[in-house]
Design a protein around this ligand. Structure first.
Ligand code: PBG
Length: 321
């Protein structure tokens, strides 16, 4: 046996490569804020900006022309209150963003994050009662958010609050409002992670007290992650997602054997920022490091990958090597 035979040339290596990370599999996250004006860059999140709703038609057309096929929208709330009520306002920033993108680029798949943390004054992902996030009251609110997004034209809603029963609550709310066709991308296995830092700066959603370990999963657990995924599948999720990505490859691989549903992985803001920082420091070559991590996520079993590098990947795949 001589395994080096097919490593001798680029053509042979291409011929036997087991996986590819096609741009159609990548989902580009976009932070949307109200109003008009230029994209706002963020110091801790190099290369990522908050986009004004008014600038989204232009952005959507550019993304579509560059080969990006889907986006995941995160709203930066107009006002915050203890309940997070701006999250389900029909004229809120995310519904406006959905309408703006849909008009400009009808062929983009539009997914939206469904959570309250960018809209609550305390920054937690749900309604707080007696110092803790109240599960069922939060599910009720998340259902309203999903319906408002579906009404505005979202193809897929993505609940990320890690409440028990959130997928069932969304499915019931959507079906009850006549949105049987709206899909659910469930953040099923979401660890309480130190890699969400730049995202929380973008969303201004750092909790005012405590942390998210009372609802997000302990990163030491993988069997529990599979239980979360089983639960979401039973509740009617269309796609199951793990997050962060590179720290969840074992979970992804085990889920690939267990489920026939499509699987997604979220390469989160801290994973992105680490690669950017290492590249800026000359420690790794950026494109090579991005391609290697995305290939590993794909190899482990992800059909779809949410990544802040989606736009770069689309561009790189058109420009060749
Ligand atoms: C909202 C949410 C978070 C992320 C996605 N949805 C942050 C959090 O749970 O604090 C993180 C994504 C990223 O870091 O890129 N609950």
């Amino acid at each position: 046996m001589r395994l080096r035979r097919f490593r001798r040339s680029a053509a042979l290596r291409e011929w036997v490569a087991e996986t590819a990370v096609e741009p159609r599999r990548l989902v580009y996250p976009i932070f949307v804020r109200p109003g008009t004006g230029k994209p706002e860059p963020m110091p801790s999140f190099p290369g990522v900006s908050r986009y004004a709703v008014g600038s989204l038609p232009g952005l959507a057309r550019d993304l579509s022309a560059e080969g990006v096929r889907s986006v995941l929208l995160f709203g930066v709330g107009r006002r915050k209150d203890p309940e997070g009520s701006d999250a389900w306002a029909p004229e809120g920033v995310v519904p406006e963003a959905i309408r703006a993108i849909r008009r400009a680029a009808a062929d983009l798949v539009i997914a939206t994050d469904v959570c309250l943390c960018a809209y609550t004054s305390h920054g937690h992902c749900g309604v707080v009662e007696q110092g803790a996030v109240a599960n069922d009251a939060t599910c009720d609110r998340l259902g309203r958010v999903a319906v408002v997004h579906a009404e505005a034209g979202a193809d897929v809603v993505a609940p990320s609050a890690m409440m028990d029963g959130q997928v069932a609550a969304l499915r019931a709310a959507l079906d009850g409002a006549g949105h049987e066709e709206t899909g659910i991308l469930a953040y099923s296995s979401k660890h309480a992670s130190s890699f969400y830092g730049p995202f929380r700066e973008a969303e201004q959603s750092t909790p005012e007290f405590g942390d998210r370990r009372g609802y997000q999963m302990d990163f030491r657990n993988a069997r529990e992650a599979l239980r979360e995924m089983e639960q979401d599948a039973a509740e009617g999720a269309d796609i199951l997602m793990v997050k962060p990505a590179v720290t969840s490859l074992d979970i992804l691989a085990r889920a690939r054997h267990r489920f026939r549903l499509p699987l997604a992985a979220y390469q989160v803001s801290g994973e992105y920022a680490m690669i950017r920082a290492a590249a800026a420091a000359g420690v790794v070559e950026e494109r090579a490091a991005v391609e290697e991590t995305l290939a590993a996520i794909r190899r482990a079993g992800a059909d779809l990958i949410v990544t802040y590098f989606a736009r770069d990947m689309a561009r790189w795949s058109r420009s060749g090597r």
